[in-house]
Design a protein around this ligand. Sequence first.
Ligand code: SAH
Length: 349
Amino acid sequence: MSGPGERLDHFMARANAAYYAGCDPFADFITAPEISQVFGELLGAWVAVVWDQLGRPDPFMLAEAGPGRGTLMADALRLLRRVAPACHEAMRVHLIETSPRLRGVQARALRDAAAVPVCWHDGLDGVPDGPMVLLANEFLDALPIRQFVRRGQGWEERFVHDGAFMQAASDVPAGHPARLRPVPEGDVLETCQPALDFIHALGMRLLRWPGAAVLIDYGYDAPAWGDSLQALRNGRPADPLLDAGSADLTAHVDFRAIADHVPGGVDVWGSMTQGAFLSALGLAARTEQLARAAPAQADEIRAAAMRLAAPDRMGQLFRVMGLSSGLAGDLPGFAGRRAGDGTVRGETP
Ligand code: SAH
């Protein structure tokens, strides 16, 4: 211990490991794939198009980081088996999941949907060599953050002691993309080293083998700051520092820092809002198709789609970033918004 308590990232890692090992996260919060099957289906269709643009590699790895209940992957695989059997045949499914309990839930969810073998790994480095398409929804927000408070020209770090914050002189890690942000006196800068490590490893892999990734999460894509640590218990905000392991701790994802950390040579797409991304992937058409097929549930189906895409629901706060290498053409869904080539990154949809 190097301060007056436990470092916030150590506390958050410990709390979330206990939480995901012991609780049913989905009693406390609901994620996009749990709201509507259309979410996983649209991403399944996206995988098929990307696979085609990669030159139909056989085999290729279809990976997901932080699959939760396995709902997104199950919906994606059901769609792929029906509409893109050659892609379904070529894929090998690899799930990155640290919670043994959730691995069990995922195995059950995928038993009938996949009809292909599924492998689990603790990290990206376990996924076998070769072309890969990776999906991640609400994975990065669960990774542990540190918080630094601006004091004059320096920083203090927040530590957790007896359910409260204590501060001690410290420094934002050298080389962190957010280090030079003009944070006002007394305000908070968050860093998430595991997210940067993940994106760097993903980028290095994309330099070795062609592939693509889509990362969906709530967060911001501007040189911003502020305290975004939050805990949800029974769907309600709770004190994040109390009762470690009884609530899900998350922080907003800093897409700007993440984009800045992608190794050169890998294409970065977006980020853009979830609403605009899902619309580009055909949210309206698929929703109407399902509503026509099940008229008794049509209102519910349309309401779920609204919840995913409407700006005052999940459509604006949730953002989508893509990474790719070796792709013929633009990464689908991003309307040609490649970061760093003169097109806009940031708060545009
Ligand atoms: N993607 C799912 C679940 C999001 S919850 C959905 O949209 O419903 C976060 C998921 O990430 C859980 O499955 C959790 O166990 C997993 N997770 C959290 N930290 C992780 C880590 N460091 N490595 C791998 N998986 C992790």
